[in-house]
Structure formats: structure tokens, C-alpha cells
Design a protein around this ligand. Structure first.
Ligand SMILES: *[C@@H]1O[C@H](CO)[C@@H](O)[C@H](O)[C@H]1NC(C)=O
Ligand SMILES: *[C@@H]1O[C@H](CO)[C@@H](O)[C@H](O)[C@H]1NC(C)=O
Length: 299
């Protein structure tokens, strides 16, 4: 009887030492699926730079870019060059064609297109599309929206089996380069009267082989004027924390692995935690040995 109650208290004592470390966890995640999340991105409210929170979210498996034209999977993030690569399931490539509504970036989103992006609009209505009849200049002059230099790109794309099967005249392809391609980039295919589009950001060294081009959209992001990492945030990340900004003043917090937030980095909480654990551990071994003594004495 005595033995049972003491082993029960021993078990509850051991779980008292170890459970807290299992229960409390970091509020901000370090990864989304198998993708690493670093500043300025975050896994949820309060995590990462507040200006990015509404545009980039984690749906458990993937980071997602949200714009008013839709949600797009972020394939890859180049943290050194500040570029994200996204996929649009409605986009066409050399191996598949899809009807699409287009792609748009919100005017206030902290993203801009990488110069290497090429948008080719496919199957456009040559007679009525504003692409060929635009009168949108300041003095109502004709503004070219299709790039003449894009002709080789169009003929390469139209030679892809899935597109060539549609038997479209090459004039229905438009490499879209509006001169004033600002932050409020709108590619509304309904308005432009095109059926679909292809976007790529690299010829992959093989300009004449559209099957090997890198399809997708590459966007640069900016988080401050110089794009310098905030120093508090890099200290936090170096100590295995996650940068967050919370409260009505968006003040900086370093979110540490044990669920604690600090205003500096996680080295302090780590060492404090270790000290507490060491103390508990010493106390625990002392308890166990005294219990053992007591049992031996009682028997
Ligand atoms: C710690 O910070 C995160 C992210 O900013 C926040 O969601 C969480 O509520 C904070 N936790 C505490 C205990 O303050
Ligand atoms: C329209 O404006 C452009 C420059 O913005 C100028 O070169 C062109 O001559 C103008 N056309 C007319 C018809 O005024």
C-alpha cells in the first residue's frame, strides 16, 4: 500500500518536471510544411513583420500569397536576394494549358515583380482586345502593351504540343509589358480578352526550348528602405527565436521555443530555464534517494 502511493507520487513528480516542456510551445512557427519561415514572414498573427501578415499565411502545408485575384502557393523563398517564387494553378505552361482570369498584385502589398518575369498572354482577341487598340495614354495616344521583341517567345510557346494543337494564329500571343507596370499590377484577362497566360522568370539557359523554362512568378519583397534586417530580429533568430510584432503599437517580441516572449533574444530564457531544470533535477534525485532510503527502512 505504502509502496503504491509512493510510486504514484514519484510518477506525478517526474511528469511535473517534464510536462511543462511538452505543453508550452512556440506561438510562432519556424516552418510551414517543409518550408523554413524567417523574417519578414510569419506563421500567423503576431509573427513576422505586420505588413506581410495579411498577404502571406501558412495553410499547414504551404506558405500562401493572398492577393485580390486569388491565393498562390509559395514554392520557394530566396532570403538572400529577397525574392519569393509563386505558382498559379490557373497558369499555362509548355506542358499544360488552362483558362485563367489573370493575376493581380494589391497596390499596397510590399511586393514588386522581378525584372526577369515575362508574361505571355495567350489566345487574345486581336480585333477587339485593348492590347492591340489601347488609347490609354495621357493624351489619348496609342500605348503599346505588347512587346514586339517578344515575338520569338511567342513562337516558341506556340510550338509547345499542347498549345500548337489549339491551332491559334501567332498574332493572338502578346508578351505583356505595359510601360507603367506599377505596384498596382493588374492583369485582368477578361478585360484584355485573352483566354490564358504563361509566366516564366528564367529561360534556364535554353531560350529555344520552352519545355525547360522556369514557369511561375518571381516577386521581390521589401521590408524597409535599405532592406536591412532589423538587428533585434537577427539577434532573436540567431538564438533560435522567431521575430514577431504584437500589440496596438506593433512592438517587437522575440518568441522563444518554450512559449516565452522576450524583448531581446532567447539566450536569457534558455539559461534561466536550464537553471530551473537543474534545480528541479537535483531536488528530484534527492527525493528519489530519500524515498528509496525510506522504503528500505520501512521494509
Ligand atoms: C508571444 O508572442 C506571440 C507572437 O507575437 C503572441 O501570439 C503570443 O500571444 C505571445 N505570448 C505571450 C505569453 O505573451
Ligand atoms: C502624346 O504625348 C507624347 C509624350 O507623352 C508625345 O510624344 C506625343 O507627341 C503626344 N501626341 C500628341 C498627339 O500630342
Amino acid at each position: 500500500m505504502k509502496f503504491r502511493s509512493s510510486s504514484a507520487s514519484l510518477i506525478s513528480f517526474i511528469s511535473f518536471i517534464f510536462l511543462p516542456s511538452l505543453i508550452s510551445s512556440q506561438a510562432c512557427k519556424k516552418s510551414c510544411g517543409n518550408q523554413l519561415i524567417r523574417y519578414p514572414f510569419g506563421s500567423g498573427p503576431g509573427c513576422g513583420d505586420p505588413r506581410f501578415q495579411q498577404y502571406v499565411t501558412c495553410d499547414q502545408q504551404n506558405l500562401i500569397l493572398n492577393t485580390h485575384s486569388g491565393c498562390y502557393t509559395i514554392d520557394n523563398i530566396d532570403y538572400n536576394n529577397h525574392v519569393i517564387y509563386i505558382q498559379d494553378p490557373s497558369m499555362s505552361t509548355c506542358s499544360s494549358t488552362h483558362p485563367s482570369q489573370g493575376f493581380s498584385l494589391d497596390w499596397d502589398a510590399p511586393f514588386a515583380f522581378l525584372e526577369d518575369n515575362v508574361f505571355a498572354l495567350l489566345d487574345c482577341a486581336t480585333a477587339s482586345s485593348p492590347l492591340y487598340n489601347s488609347q490609354s495614354g495621357l493624351n489619348n495616344s496609342i500605348v503599346p502593351l505588347c512587346d514586339n521583341e517578344g515575338a520569338p517567345i511567342c513562337s516558341s510557346l506556340y510550338s509547345c504540343p499542347t498549345i500548337s494543337r489549339l491551332n491559334l494564329p501567332i498574332s493572338t500571343c502578346c508578351v505583356y509589358t505595359p510601360i507603367d507596370l506599377g505596384p498596382a499590377f493588374e492583369m485582368n484577362l477578361q478585360r484584355l480578352q485573352c483566354t490564358s497566360y504563361a509566366s516564366f522568370y528564367s529561360f534556364n539557359g535554353r531560350e529555344s526550348n520552352p519545355g525547360s523554362w522556369k514557369y511561375g512568378i518571381a516577386l521581390k519583397y521589401r521590408f524597409n528602405v535599405k532592406n536591412d534586417f532589423p538587428s533585434a530580429c537577427s539577434d532573436c533568430e540567431n538564438s533560435h527565436g522567431v521575430c514577431g510584432y504584437t500589440g496596438s503599437y506593433n512592438s517587437f517580441v522575440c518568441n522563444c521555443f518554450d512559449g516565452l516572449n522576450t524583448t531581446t533574444d532567447c539566450y536569457f530564457t534558455a539559461s534561466m530555464n536550464n537553471n530551473v531544470r537543474v534545480l528541479l533535477w537535483k531536488f528530484g534525485t534527492w527525493m528519489i534517494s530519500s524515498l528509496a532510503c525510506f522504503l528500505i527502512w520501512a521494509l
